[in-house]
Design a protein around this ligand. Sequence first.
Ligand SMILES: [Zn+2]
Length: 200
Amino acid sequence: MFPEPIQKFIEIFSKLPSIGQRQATRLAFYLTRRPELNQNLNSSLTALAQDLKICQQCFLPFKRNGVDLCPICHNKEREQKIICLVEKEIDAFSIEKTREFKGTYHILGNLIDPSDPKSYESLKIDWLEKRIKNFPDKTAEEIIIALNPTTDGDLTAMYLERRLKNLSKKMTRLGRGLPTGGELEFADEETIKGSFEGRH
Ligand SMILES: [Zn+2]
């Protein structure tokens, strides 16, 4: 079989999303021929593990700088009482790119999977409720549900609407524009901007 370091690399890298055994094996041999790339990969993996922190309020990752909140939650000019709920970190960054949104985020981490009762808990809604109850009037100004228009996305949105309706003056969902089944992550800035403006 392969030398042990290669075997070990394959074992770990094949666990990554969209990389299977075959790709991991190819990568391993490619990297053995490219020691300089190997070095850079090494330091960027270390940086991912050591220089990032997860925001204690919205769960967005940010560069570690001695504070507990990400630059968005930390920014006094961002409207703390307008909260946009997204599935993944990358969705929040896609929305940030449009520079239209002046509120804050809450990263759910995943969507509801009807066959997995644990998926309800993993949305960290208790955290969000606590966060809103800390506002002086214990109510958010607006909660925007910005989930992908998929079956699970719609199911999750309906659950969130029911669960949070008494905690916000306004509850909106992104307007049309994102193709059905399409992903926020891959939508262009204009499309995201349009569906934000068309929220209802
Ligand atoms: Zn944050």
